[in-house]
Design a protein around this ligand. Structure first.
Ligand SMILES: Nc1nc2c(c(=O)[nH]1)N[C@H]1C(S)=C(S)[C@@H](COP(=O)(O)O)O[C@H]1N2
Ligand SMILES: [Mo]
Length: 315
């Protein structure tokens, strides 16, 4: 995506795509056949029982195939195909998530337990990456507010900080020779943004548990913000009184800010944000180009959050 270039990549460490595809075929044919076929097809996903939701955009969902093979998840590599191809060894369960900081009842929770505790909703949201592409994704999850309520945020908490797991042995992009970003990947929201009913902790998509490449077992979805705010494979959520840094801001503060609200009028320093390319739509008669909408089309819902703020300065 970014001007922030991977600094320390030894080319010898990068498996050329043709080689790992071959390797996968070889594995699929061999002793580990069943196992690698499962992970390659994401068949480790199990069905979720869900309740309907009012949050559904009236647009064609992006095919599951595209949602699960065109990914940004730098822990598994820089290429859009890397997360699907290189996350087979990642173990999303069992999974503990700690919610701590300025909370009356901080705690560490088992994700499978939490999934039983909160009703899992189906929510079809637009997703707009800061790079200029977009999807429409049917997520399954529950409002982040539900989990925050559980730990009882204290009155002085103003922000929420998030952290992705660090497991270099399972995440090839985190190996130091392959380092592209500082780990762990971190993100942050204002507490009122975090508590907004649209803000989702997703545990599935298309009615099944999340594939590893999409942030298994639990990831954030903030549909009116650029995709990088949607931190994946979360292990820690911390209530704080200080505005947290986020990874892309650390990497390049000129280009990426804390708010990262989708805004067709504020261009990225290196490209326009006026339009976007809808993944899975482009063909001979359709360029897949859509106008980018203010707040990604969610302006009515979140109108109150930024009253009186300069959204150019707070990019
Ligand atoms: N931990 C972590 N979370 C991440 C990223 C990442 O590299 N690491 N990439 C972000 C970016 S740039 C986008 S666009 C979305 C992509 O989510 P998807 O692959 O499920 O569509 O994940 C976000 N969450
Ligand atoms: Mo992104």
């Amino acid at each position: 995506m970014p001007a922030y270039r991977p600094l320390k990549i030894a080319t010898s460490e990068i498996t050329p795509r043709a080689v790992y595809l071959q390797r996968r075929e070889f594995l699929a044919a061999g002793v580990f056949g069943a196992m690698s076929l499962l992970s390659a097809r994401g068949a480790q996903a199990s069905p979720l029982s869900t309740v309907p939701s009012i949050y559904k955009v009236d647009e064609m969902p992006t095919p599951r195939e595209d949602v699960t093979t065109y990914n940004n998840f730098y822990e598994f590599g820089l290429d859009k195909a890397d997360p699907a191809a290189l996350s087979g060894a990642f173990k999303p369960l069992p999974w503990a998530i700690t919610v701590d900081g300025m909370a009356g009842k901080p705690g560490t929770f088992d994700v499978e337990q939490i999934m039983k505790e909160f009703p899992i909703e189906e929510r079809t949201y637009r997703m707009r990456c800061v790079e200029g592409w977009s999807m429409v994704i049917p997520w399954n999850g529950f409002p982040l507010a539900a989990l925050l309520d559980k730990v009882e945020p204290l009155g002085n908490a103003k922000y929420v900080a998030f952290e992705t797991v660090v497991r270099p042995d399972e995440m090839p992009g985190q190996k130091s020779v392959f380092q592209s970003l500082p780990w762990p990947y971190v993100e942050g929201l204002r507490l009122d943004e975090a508590r907004h009913p649209l803000t989702l902790l997703a545990v599935g998509l298309y009615g099944e548990t999340l594939p590893n490449q999409n942030g298994a077992p639990i990831r954030l979805v903030v549909p009116w913000k650029y995709g990088f705010k949607g931190i994946k494979s979360i292990v820690r959520i911390t209530l704080t009184d200080t505005q947290p840094m986020n990874t892309w801001q650390v990497a390049n503060a000129q280009e990426y800010g804390f708010y990262a609200n989708v805004n067709p009028k504020v261009d990225h320093p290196r490209w326009s944000q006026a339009t976007e390319r809808r993944i899975g739509e482009s063909g001979f008669f359709n360029t897949g180009r859509h106008p980018t909408l203010p707040f990604n089309g969610y302006a009515d819902e979140i109108a109150g959050l930024y009253a009186g703020m300069d959204l150019r300065a707070n990019y």
